[in-house]
Design a protein around this ligand. Structure first.
Ligand code: PGA
Length: 241
């Protein structure tokens, strides 16, 4: 793991954005794995800026998002479909047909999950995966547990994730309790990974991820076994390192 620590969210956006831009410049039809939540917003703002300045062309880029709340209407303002449209896709020249997010309401959940993994495979796999980390060490909705889930699946959100995400909803009761999420196996197949963490609430998880035991009790710890991970932190998230 290569760890980089920055003073501001603006610097984090630039550091991550330039890495994504370099990938797109090198491979214009690259496959990006994308994340939602507060953490990637500085990155997406930077990508929009680089696009507006004519530095990055997303015309051939393909994307797969990590996850989506199960059962949520895709027009709901907290759906990850809406998040991606509002914060990135509507602001750059990406072809909507080249963007994929798990369907929150498939007729057959197992078939949707299998098809999602197959679509990533047939796109050639993910070149660069963007990740955030939960305060409990989750990546995507792979919550702490007894195994590393292999592939895309329906996951139960833990109480602490519901608690963390309730800030986006009217109350904790309104937070969906399940999500379709890429598995740890899907994430580990990405050829390169950027994981971003900001704020003191992530410090303990960052410490476990970077130097704790590799255990499904801290799903992000598995990234210690990935050959190409860049960790981008602010000072608060890095304070226990
Ligand atoms: P956050 O979520 O960016 O909203 O903090 C990150 C995560 O839970 O993976």
């Amino acid at each position: 793991m290569q760890i980089h620590i920055y003073d501001s969210l603006g610097q984090i956006g630039v550091a991550a954005g330039l890495r994504v831009a370099a990938m797109v410049a090198e491979k214009p039809d690259c496959v990006l794995g994308l994340a939602t939540g507060s953490t990637p917003l500085p990155l997406y703002n930077e990508l929009v800026r680089l696009y507006n300045d004519g530095i990055v062309d997303f015309g051939r880029v393909r994307t797969f998002n990590l996850d989506e709340y199960a059962g949520i209407d895709i027009s709901h303002e907290q759906s990850y479909h809406r998040f991606m449209a509002d914060n990135l896709f509507s602001k750059i020249n990406i072809n909507p047909a080249n963007t994929r997010i798990p369907n929150p309401s498939p007729q057959d959940i197992a078939a949707e999950c299998a098809e999602y993994d197959a679509a990533i495979e047939s796109a050639g796999g993910i070149d660069l995966q963007i990740l955030g980390i939960g305060g409990n060490g989750h990546i995507a909705f792979n919550e702490p547990g007894s195994v590393f889930p292999r592939s895309t699946h329906l996951a139960d959100l833990t109480e602490d994730t519901i608690e963390a995400n309730k800030r986006f909803f009217a109350s904790a009761d309104d937070v969906p309790k399940k999500a379709l999420t890429m598995g740890i196996g899907s994430i580990m197949k990405a050829r390169s990974i950027i994981i971003i963490a900001t704020g003191r609430s992530k410090a303990k998880a960052v410490k476990q991820m970077t130097s704790g035991d590799v255990t499904p009790l801290c799903p992000a710890s598995v990234l210690q076994f990935h050959p190409c991970v860049t960790v981008i932190l602010d000072r608060e998230a890095a304070e226990l390192l």
